[in-house]
Design a binder for this molecule. Structure first.
Ligand SMILES: [Cu+2]
Length: 103
C-alpha cells in the first residue's frame, strides 16, 4: 500500500464520531478509514457495500478506491444488540457520510 496515502482516523465513542460527520474525497482517491471504537459493532459503508467488525482495542482499516461518486452513509449495525442486516434497518445508526466528488 502507498505509504503516502492519507489515512482518515475515524474515532467514535458513545456512538458518535468526532468531527463534522462528513468525509470529502475525490473520485479515484485511495481512501483508508481507520476505525477505533469503544463498543463492538458492525460497520457498513453503503453503496460500496463494505462491511467490517470493530471493537474495543481492535483498530480496523477500511481501504478502498473511491470509484463511485455520490454521498454514502457509513452506518453502524448492532449497537448493543444482535440482528441480521436488512431485517431491522431502523437499527442502523449513521456515523459519517462519505462524499466522493468528481475530478
Ligand atoms: Cu448498513
Amino acid at each position: 500500500m502507498n505509504p503516502n496515502l492519507p489515512v482518515y482516523p475515524t474515532l467514535f465513542s458513545r456512538r458518535k464520531v468526532e468531527g463534522d460527520g462528513v468525509l470529502r474525497v475525490k473520485q479515484g482517491d485511495m481512501v483508508s478509514l481507520s476505525w477505533a471504537t469503544d463498543e463492538a459493532v458492525d460497520l457498513h459503508l453503503h453503496g460500496y457495500d463494505i462491511k467490517q467488525k470493530v471493537g474495543p482495542g481492535k483498530m480496523v482499516n477500511m481501504a478502498f478506491i473511491a470509484r463511485a461518486t455520490g454521498r454514502f452513509a457509513v452506518s453502524a449495525h448492532g449497537f448493543g444488540d444482535s440482528h441480521e442486516h436488512g431485517l431491522l434497518k431502523s437499527r442502523e445508526t449513521t456515523l459519517i457520510y462519505l462524499e466522493v466528488h468528481p475530478r
